[in-house]
Design a protein around this ligand. Structure first.
Ligand code: SF4
Length: 310
């Protein structure tokens, strides 16, 4: 029997990148400690504020929701509002949102569902039917971020929390480096500067690997939908995920090194690439660096081929 490194109990998990063996209780603490540290480092929510939480129903966002609920349930100064986006992915998203709704009902947390069909006049199922050049995930990500920012701003939320894990962060850093997109690299978040009409992003899980979040959710019996979106195989990010997984297998700790490098250079990058002055989109009024925001630009492309949004 291998003993836990924190107590005499039997270890149930071996952490490859640190060589640590932990029992169930200390593993749960190990996960929560990193999330709490990030929440503290990313800035406290002021008294009387509202924290918006983007929750899709997968393991990451449901684990984040459970942790934030535990942290803030006895804090009368901060209220939580959960926002779920229904992109119109039949037989997938409604099942995931049911998990979110059930959890929020049980814990007494405010929960809102935002629909692509209602807000943009189109579903992701319809976008996925369009030509090859229209990658569903490009539309989905841009429209979802726009919708969440708008609603969080309407709610006067001080921040919006997203469940990006370490694997997501390492992928995003690598992808932006490979694409040579420094501006986007600087904007990855968490956000430190408040920009006009843009609700700052909080990323409590950014240092925790995906596999640990899955185990955490299972051990804590947190409900989540353990199924991938039908469009996932068309996602541009998937190649980078394979790359990161391969590197991590060869050299455990690669994901941490990528994020740590990013954290060490981000201040210098921000000095060099300060946040752009944002304009109001000519079509929808949402913040944009140009004249028309990316969401309106993409919706325009669909209208051009579809004639009308469906
Ligand atoms: Fe949207 Fe792509 Fe994620 Fe599916 S895999 S939910 S289409 S971003």
């Amino acid at each position: 029997m291998t003993a836990c490194q924190k107590c005499p109990s039997e270890a149930m998990i071996h952490i490859d990148y640190s060589g640590t063996d932990l029992c169930e209780e200390h593993f749960v603490q190990f996960v929560e400690k990193r999330a709490r540290k990030e929440i503290k480092q990313q800035g406290r929510s002021p008294k009387g504020s509202k924290l918006a939480i983007a929750v899709s129903g997968g393991k990451d966002s449901m684990s984040m929701l459970s942790m934030l609920h535990d942290i803030f349930k006895d804090n009368r100064d901060v209220t939580l509002t959960v926002l779920s986006v229904d992109e119109g992915l039949v037989d997938y998203r409604e099942k995931a949102i049911k998990k979110v709704a059930g959890f929020c009902r049980e814990k007494g947390i405010e929960h809102e569902i935002l629909y692509f069909k209602k807000e943009f006049g189109i579903t992701m199922d319809r976008v996925a039917e369009l030509g090859r050049e229209h990658r569903p995930c490009t539309y989905c990500g841009v429209l979802r971020r726009s919708l969440l920012n708008r609603r969080a701003r309407e709610l006067d939320a001080c921040k919006i929390a997203f469940g990006h894990n370490l694997d997501d962060m390492a992928q995003s850093v690598l992808m932006n480096v490979v694409n040579g997109d420094v501006q986007r690299l600087v904007r990855l978040g968490p956000h430190v500067k408040v920009q006009k009409r843009l609700v700052p992003r909080m990323l409590p899980l950014r240092t925790i690997p995906e596999s640990e979040l899955k185990l955490y959710a299972e051990l804590k019996k947190i409900p989540f939908l353990d199924v991938h979106c039908p469009n996932r195989s068309r996602a541009h990010r998937l190649g980078f995920l394979d790359m990161i997984n391969g590197l991590e297998e060869q050299t455990p700790g690669t994901r941490h090194s990528i994020l740590s490098t990013y954290d060490q250079i981000i201040d210098a990058l921000r000095d060099h690439y300060p946040p752009a002055n944002l304009n109001d989109c000519e079509k929808c009024g949402e913040p944009t660096m140009g004249e028309v925001c990316k969401a309106c630009e993409l919706l325009g492309k669909i209208t051009d081929i579809d004639g009308t949004l469906q």
